[in-house]
Design a protein around this ligand. Structure first.
Ligand SMILES: [Zn+2]
Length: 72
């Protein structure tokens, strides 16, 4: 599934390191959706930085375990 924001990157499922919280991220524009059913909705969009900050984690891809590409 192509990111609805930048329309360039593919969306991927990712797990926040040290948690079981699964989110959707765009590696291209760093958009993040914390509710995976909302990835095709522009609202509810956050950024990877904001999400990681909420877990007291640095804004780094090292804090994400990236999994499968999101099917459309
Ligand atoms: Zn994007």
């Amino acid at each position: 599934m192509i990111c609805p924001l930048c329309e360039q990157g593919d969306l991927f499922y990712a797990i926040i390191k040290g948690t079981t919280h699964r989110i959707i991220v765009c590696p291209e524009c760093d958009a993040a959706w914390t509710h995976i059913e909302n990835a095709n909705q522009l609202y509810n969009c956050s950024t990877i930085e904001q999400v990681l900050l909420g877990y007291n984690l640095d804004n780094s891809w090292k804090n994400l375990i990236v999994n499968d590409r999101v099917d459309s």
